[in-house]
Design a protein around this ligand. Structure first.
Ligand code: TXA
Ligand code: MG
Length: 322
């Protein structure tokens, strides 16, 4: 908490954007909507501001943050950019793709942003509210999901306040996030750092709205075989946890279970009645929040097809159940 006051609720209009940018320039913490989830933003060039993110979230300091930029030109000031990054950015930015690249010497970011790694995760978000805040502040913004570490990610301002009210300076309210699942994370290997695929070596660190196939098509090479070591610490086995036991692939509910349904499995809350995976992704965290708040002590979740964005949904569910 940087101010003495409670968390400010800001409306998404010119005034709300100006206030958000001013708080960020002063080193404050503002939860800002993106198309994926709400991010907890701080200026990435200020060690104290970045330290506040870790403190407010209770985030382990070994877990690095994504830095949000206005455009490719901005990204080039922070990372050693290359042709592969250029291709990916042309196709997927602004949007839900994070690119991990070598950190540029003299980038001027707080060391805690990258948790001391020599790489940096960059994303150019599509949400006009986040874009306006980046542009008005004139800053690269570090922003993890705006929730207490390990907890279910936030897709509404109410979700943010559930765990961070009084711990952050403000939340900028732009309603629900349209995508609902965190960005896909791709690591582009340096030629010398042991990548398997030479110049084209790349790895998928976190599945998300942009699929591995789409990325492979743009880069013209398949992803490296997963090494098994954890490279994106957010990919720890237990994450996105609703605080009670979660049972996956449930065709129905036991008496003490809150059922999250999909398609023909009718539940207390529906990911998508018509069995649409995009709709299910957008509703996933909303349903997990409802299940967490429900009186029933356990949560059950209908089977979700493991295809397209369903791969990312199942990735999050596996960790929510761990
Ligand atoms: O959609 C998103 O990506 C959202 C919105 C707010 O942009 N952000 C988000 O941040 O999901 P967070 O902190 O919850 O997840 C960031 C992930 C973590 O798994 C972290 O370990 C990984 O990015 N990461 C950050 N920097 C990295 C790096 N240099 N190398 C590998 N992984 C990195
Ligand atoms: Mg997160």
């Amino acid at each position: 908490m940087t101010g003495k006051n409670a968390t400010e609720r800001l409306v998404w209009n010119a005034e709300g954007i100006t206030r958000s940018a001013a708080l960020l320039r002063e080193g404050g913490l503002v939860a800002v909507p993106t198309e994926t989830v709400y991010g907890l933003a701080a200026r990435a060039d200020d060690p104290q501001a970045v330290a506040r993110i870790y403190d407010a979230k209770g985030r382990p300091s070994f877990n690095p943050l994504i830095v949000h930029v206005a455009d490719v030109a901005h990204a080039k000031t922070l990372a050693d950019w290359d042709e592969r990054a250029e291709l990916l950015a042309e196709r997927f930015w602004p949007g839900p793709l994070t690119i991990v690249l070598p950190l540029r010497k003299g980038a001027g970011l707080a060391a805690a942003v990258t948790a001391g790694l020599d790489t940096i995760a960059l994303r150019c978000p599509a949400h006009p509210a986040m874009r306006a805040v980046i542009e008005q502040s004139g800053l690269p913004l570090a922003a993890p999901s705006a929730n207490r570490s390990g907890w279910v990610s936030p897709t509404t301002p109410e979700h943010v306040l559930e765990t961070l009210d009084g711990r952050i300076d403000a939340v900028l309210d732009a309603g629900s996030c349209t995508r609902g699942l965190e960005s896909s994370i791709v690591a582009l290997r340096n030629l010398n750092d042991g990548g398997q695929g030479g110049a084209a070596g790349w790895a998928m660190l976190r599945p998300g709205p942009v699929s591995e196939e789409e990325i492979a098509a743009v880069l013209g090479a398949p992803a490296e075989v997963a090494s098994g070591r954890i490279e994106a610490p957010g990919q720890l086995a237990s994450h996105y946890a609703p605080g009670k036991p979660v049972r996956l692939d449930a065709e129905g509910a036991e008496a003490d279970e809150f059922l999250i349904g999909f398609g023909k499995v009718a539940g207390d809350c529906m990911l998508s009645t018509k069995g649409d995976l995009k709709e299910a992704a957008a509703n996933l965290y909303h349903c997990l929040h409802l299940g967490a708040a429900d009186a029933k002590p356990r949560i059950a979740i209908a089977p979700i097809p493991r295809e397209g964005i369903g791969i990312a949904i199942n990735d999050r569910l596996k960790r929510a159940a761990a």
